[in-house]
Design a protein around this ligand. Structure first.
Ligand code: SF4
Length: 260
């Protein structure tokens, strides 16, 4: 079902709110409520959310019943109270593991999240932040309300964004120091080298040997058409394990079972 859409005036730029199966990394298979924020500070070649890259007014689709895809359309930006009410309706209708705040890059909207996350936490919802692991000062504002931090380490060979590793290192160190459960996801591609993976894994290990590292073979999308070969995936895990003990390979499982 779709309702009339007219631009909102304040709040968070959000593109969708829905209940789904987490398909990546440490919480794979868990049922979560996803809040997808608009806007991103980079442009990865493989990005599968092209409609959520620009922080701009527009429609936001909101699922009414968990998993039923009975969408309503509201205006974005969405006021904090209305957004939290939409999440709470899904939360009360079905037991969920947690709320995934994703994007885009959610930390682009740190000010709006500083209003929204405390309201979600007041409902007893554990909050997972899915982030590209770059905007450390924005993370610091929001850490008090986060239970899980799923951060990316970007490899230039697959995303083409030349993100400096020391930015990821500072971000990871802050999340670890705050005592949050944090893990690192590295998307690897056909052009990725074992040396790149080693460098990323060593950075993680230097900060905390207990942090789990997830290697995610890229899912072809947009400009990316090739996946790493089976031998490459094994060699990437070998390279990471040489310098860090906790390394798992997990592809995007939600895409394999045709979920959102
Ligand atoms: S950081 Fe995420 S949302 Fe932003 S461009 Fe890369 S994959 Fe897309």
């Amino acid at each position: 079902m779709s309702e009339s859409w007219s631009p909102g005036t304040r709040g968070a730029f959000v593109t969708e709110v829905y209940s789904a199966i987490q398909g990546e990394a440490a919480l794979v298979g868990e049922r979560q409520i996803f809040v997808r924020l608009a806007g991103c500070n980079i442009r990865c070649a493989y990005c599968d959310q092209p409609a959520s890259l620009d922080k701009a007014p527009g429609p936001c689709r909101v699922e009414h019943s968990p998993g039923r895809r009975d969408w309503r359309t509201v205006a974005s930006p969405v006021a904090p109270g209305a957004l939290v009410a939409s999440v709470a309706r899904l939360w009360e209708a079905l037991p969920h593991h947690s709320v995934s705040v994703t994007g885009g890059e959610p930390l682009v909207q740190a000010s709006a999240l500083a209003e929204i996350l405390p309201l979600l936490a007041d409902h007893g919802m554990p909050i997972q932040l899915e982030t590209n692991g770059i905007l450390g000062s924005a993370l610091a504002r929001l850490l008090p309300w986060l239970t899980y931090v799923s951060m990316d380490v970007k490899l230039d060979s697959v995303d083409g964004q030349e993100v400096a590793l020391d930015r990821h290192a500072r971000f990871l160190a802050a999340a670890v120091a705050a005592g949050r459960r944090v893990w690192v996801k590295v998307v690897v591609g056909a052009a990725t080298s074992a040396e790149e993976v080693t460098t990323a894994a060593r950075m993680v290990d230097d900060i905390d040997p207990g942090v789990e590292l997830f290697l995610q073979p890229v899912t072809p999308f947009g400009a990316v058409v090739a996946t790493p070969s089976p031998d490459q995936v094994l060699s990437f895990q070998d390279a990471a394990l040489q310098v860090h003990r906790r390394v798992r390979v997990v592809p995007q499982t939600h895409r394999q079972i045709d979920q959102l």
